[in-house]
Design a protein around this ligand. Sequence first.
Ligand SMILES: [Fe+2]
Length: 467
Amino acid sequence: MDHPWSAGFQTLPDEHDYRVDDIDGVVPPSLRGTLFRNGSGRNDLGGHWFAHWFDGDGMISKVRFDDAGIHYRNRYVATQNYRDETKAGRIVHRGFGKMRSLGPLGNAFRQPANVSNTSVVMQGERLLSLWEGGPPTALDPATLDTQGIEDFGGVLKAFSAHPKTDPDTGELFNFGIDYGAKTTLTPYRLDRGILTRLPPVVLPYPVMNHDFVLTARHMVFCLGPILVHPLKFLLGLKSFDGALHWEGSRPTLILLVPRDGRGEPRRIETDAFFQFHFANGFEEDGDLVLDLARYPNYSTIGDALRNYWRSAWSSRGMAALTRLRVDLETGKVEKQTFPTGTANEFPSINPAFTGKRHRYAYIASNPAQRESGLQQRISRIDFESGAVASHDFGPAGYVGEPLFVPSRPGGAEDEGVVLVMVFNSTDRRTEIVGLDARDLAAKPLFTARLKHHVPYPLHGIFVPAPA
Ligand SMILES: [Fe+2]
């Protein structure tokens, strides 16, 4: 292993099911329910690392908090890719970066296999495992058994891994990008089990886009100029990742799509930047406000993701926590950054504030003076006062996405626990940590040590226990 954090990318071959008995501190009685997380669980086959972190097979962790303590279970999503490659013991399908053998001949006209490795969302009684390039995979939330691909009667093709739920109406919004002769962004609304396809938007050129913002009126996209070369990919000359290129001379397009499906989308051009993730966004006084982890371009992050386990994860060129304020009358865009350190990623908020003016966000980052390495800190920013509080898990801890869990419905915005999974590079185990959202820098409320590591997960949700 090249770096202390590298071991956290290693495959977890086993599926576990046990009560966690190594817990420091106390799980608050208000924290009852289940944390689900998805991420690449298998990152190699036959002793060879996959070409890209996003190639890994989706593995769900289920962490249940109940009156008896904490229970852990993990299962792989039994996708076609997972089953085929487990059986063969080698690469069978194309992926985001991985290629089949035999060069272009073995890859031409084949789509990347759905590895269902990015996030999860509850839909009725089912857990949907999400992947950006294709439809979700339905799972039983109790057992994590795979039920199969869910394309809502053939309506769905691509369905991104960052759906947003309106906290007032319960409607879930999402989108998918389909590449073809034209590149199309299709918005979706899922309301009480019924999926509606909103009018598709033809994009001026093929771009990769991962996340969006839901406001009271719009679905908002920031389409940075990370272009896909579809022909190189289609002919098998390049992987999807290899067919991506940054065209910094083009603008980032801020696209406002009416969420009721009525009216034309609006496009505002601004200087080129890239983001994977938004914390949130909202509209107020004629302005659109977007909070995001903003990269100056795709070069640094693209390279780090490609080299994931061996990458130095240089902080130069990584993201800053940034607020964009777009004047919807003039189209003028103002930018403000916040002092949450370097390598900002996985911003999140109290989900009850989705699409509304939020005061707080939580984000993984590194101290400003650190020049490399995966994130070791969780920070909280107060957008009203500008105050930043941080919890540093160094020197051995490497963090992922902070997830805010409210203590009670209707409580104050920051009344709750921030859950984070931390890879401890000393004993190579993963810890489930609860921080007090109002006192982030304090000693954790609890630290629960798993018996093994969980390969760095990407995204998750918390499902409260039924009252
Ligand atoms: Fe994501």
